[in-house]
Design a protein around this ligand. Structure first.
Ligand SMILES: Nc1ncnc2c1ncn2[C@@H]1O[C@H](COP(=O)(O)OP(=O)(O)OP(=O)(O)O)[C@@H](O)[C@H]1O
Length: 243
């Protein structure tokens, strides 16, 4: 029998304590190459902490992480980005005083220069529907445009995995659908695996192939969205809210 292909990302018994509080409790999560996964769970479930452990912003109290076939424990956040693990945090971190085009140049110039760089910037502007905003200062963009610019910057270096922390929080239904379409297109055309934290269940339904539910720092369950949404234990942790 053929061996199972190695996951792109795997965490093994990951744990994070803050003083006496266990924010991440024995989390063993795997993401396959090219997969679209959403991470859901009520407020305080430990979603952002888990993402910070994966990106290297936080060090685990115990456990380990493998990415693209190698252990990445002890690598800095930048070293993880260089290996293809890219992240878009919840708070927009574009350079407000620079134009949309200049922001993309900063993200893309680590790999390219000259005419190739110009072409890559134009392609990225087009892919993320930002061509008309190319000359606008980033701090004058709408919230949705800023989110799209940030996703464009985070995917500039062709990551194997893109982590996104609440990419549609505070966006209109229309902008949310637009970002869902863009992420699916990015996943399908470039093969980028997605690991997305989100509270917006319509968005989760639109993009997730599989959903992982966190509760009190641990994985409560995993599976396809419909099965997860109908799971009574999941309904319990959401206290009757519609999942
Ligand atoms: N730096 C920190 N110091 C102390 N406690 C923390 C720290 N970061 C997170 N926590 C605690 O860890 C737990 C998990 O928080 P986390 O932000 O990871 O949850 P979350 O699922 O992302 O929540 P939300 O959906 O509200 O963003 C919470 O009880 C939180 O108060």
């Amino acid at each position: 029998m053929a061996a199972e292909p190695e996951p792109l990302l795997s965490t093994d018994a990951l744990r994070k304590e803050f003083g006496g509080l266990v924010a991440t409790d024995d989390v063993s999560l795997t993401v396959s190459p090219g997969e679209r996964r959403c991470l859901i769970g009520p407020n305080g479930a430990g979603k952002s902490t888990l993402v910070s452990l994966i990106t290297g912003q936080l060090d685990p109290t115990a456990g380990s992480i493998r990415f693209a076939g190698e252990g990445i424990d002890g690598l800095s956040p930048h070293e993880r980005v260089d290996r293809g693990l890219s992240v878009k945090f919840q708070v927009p971190s574009v350079y407000g005083e620079f134009s949309t085009r200049e922001n993309l140049r900063l993200a893309l110039q680590r790999r390219q220069s000259g005419e190739a760089l110009k072409e890559a910037i134009d392609a990225s502007l087009e892919r993320f529907d930002l061509t008309e905003e190319a000359g606008i200062r980033a701090d004058a963009l709408s919230h949705g445009e800023k989110q799209r610019l940030e996703i464009a910057m985070a995917s500039a270096l062709d990551p194997a995995l893109l982590l996104l922390d609440e990419p549609v929080a505070g966006l209109s239904v229309e902008e949310t659908e637009r970002i869902a379409d863009l992420l699916i297109e990015l996943n399908e055309s470039a093969g980028v695996a997605l690991l997305v934290i989100e509270h917006d269940m319509a968005f989760v339904r639109a993009i997730a192939e599989r959903v992982t539910v966190l509760h009190q720092g641990s994985i409560l369950t995993e599976g396809e969205m419909e099965a997860v949404a109908n799971d009574p234990t999941v309904r319990d942790v959401y206290l009757g809210e519609e999942v």
